[in-house]
Design a protein around this ligand. Structure first.
Ligand code: SF4
Ligand code: SF4
Length: 349
């Protein structure tokens, strides 16, 4: 890596950290804006992992102008971070413009990709567009019938990223349902750390986003990666600890308020695993609706494995308890009127 590149990486790292601290401070001061939104520019994927329920092999990309309108609407709602997900986002022909637009609106920009389509030229374009975070999830050491997201196939891409990316890179390894060789997760995590990336461990959920308790070998791998995490800043929190041991989590899911999942049709859903709720167009999604969802308990919360929503919830977990509020109008047009709701709102600025 050239000295210039190293300097640019460091400057961008410092700038990123500053923006992240600002985002956390804004999130702590007020609960009235989304902290994180996942947005889908295409449902199509070039792979077909057998455990995945988030892709197809035929959808057209969302028109770029429509993506810009959705980003503008998320900016109006005060969204701090947008992560582009899919399907495979690199299949969108105007991905760089979409990222540029997010940055233009002052939003922290991230992307989740399977990494297959990365080249040096593509990484340099992502640098220029202003991408700030990229995550690749690697499922195994060798490709198998379940997943081709393998270290063997992707290692060259990781080396390219280590050499050329000016954005932050996180490598997520996984254990759980359908992963044949859990020990591979340790190999992946070690490689990520050796290349200077951050590393996380995901526990794969079933088709409804729910917990499958880890088997003995999976738990052993989990414990080893946790040790590695102490040195490499991999993030292990109380949520994951409970998930690994098959215990329910006591937390307040703020999906629909602090976290929004915007599908390819522009509808707001709780998360990738609870699509269909509330399924309201982003352009009709009101601050009142967000307020309702902030306080609404989610019955799927105790055994949920959707870690990004859990991480966002940590900002507010100490705040007002959740309790369903009366709906006085059809969804999307709620007005919040009861005395108890006023108390709740007073508790949660
Ligand atoms: S690469 Fe990602 S989106 Fe594509 S099938 Fe696999 S898990 Fe699903
Ligand atoms: S608890 Fe929240 S994040 Fe988890 S599956 Fe339910 S709605 Fe989604």
């Amino acid at each position: 890596m050239t000295i210039n590149k190293k300097i640019r990486q460091r400057v961008r790292f410092a700038h990123r950290r500053l923006r992240e601290w600002r985002m956390i401070a804004k999130g702590l001061l007020s609960t009235r804006h989304p902290v994180l939104a996942h947005i889908i520019p295409t449902r199509r994927c070039n792979l077909s992992c057998t455990y995945c329920n988030e892709f197809d092999d035929f959808s057209n990309p969302v028109p770029t102008e429509e993506m810009r309108r959705r980003i503008d609407r998320l900016a109006e709602l005060g969204t701090s971070i947008i992560t582009i997900s899919g399907g495979e986002p690199l299949l969108h022909p105007d991905l760089d413009d979409i990222i540029r637009h997010m940055r233009h609106r002052g939003i922290i920009s991230g992307m989740i990709t399977n990494g297959y389509l990365l080249t040096v030229e593509r990484i340099e374009r992502l640098n220029r567009a202003g991408l700030e975070h990229l995550q690749i999830s690697i499922d195994n050491a060798q490709p198998d019938a379940v997943s081709k997201k393998s270290l063997k196939v992707l290692d060259k891409k990781l080396q390219m990223l280590a050499e050329h990316a000016e954005f932050g890179v996180n490598i997520n390894s996984v254990v759980g349902s359908g992963i044949a060789h859990p020990e591979d997760a340790l190999t992946v995590a070690n490689r990520a750390v050796a290349l200077g990336f951050s590393s996380t461990l995901g526990i794969i959920h079933d088709g409804s986003g729910q917990l499958q308790p880890l088997k003995p070998l999976e738990r052993e791998v989990y414990e080893k990666i946790k040790q590695l995490g102490k040195k490499s800043f991999a993030r292990f929190n109380a949520f994951q600890e409970n998930i690994a041991h098959g215990r329910p989590n006591d937390w307040r899911c703020r999906a629909g308020a602090r976290y929004l999942y915007i599908c390819e049709d522009g509808l707001v859903h709780y998360c990738s695993q609870q699509r269909g709720y509330p399924a309201i167009s982003l352009f009709d999604y009101t601050r009142e609706q967000m307020r309702h969802e902030f306080f609404a308990p989610k019955s799927c919360a105790p055994y949920c494995t959707v870690s990004c929503v859990q991480q966002i919830a940590m900002i507010d977990n100490w705040r007002a308890p959740q309790k369903p509020l009366p709906r006085t109008n059809p969804p999307g047009l709620e007005s919040i009127q009861s005395e108890s709701s006023e108390k709740q709102q007073a508790l949660a600025k």
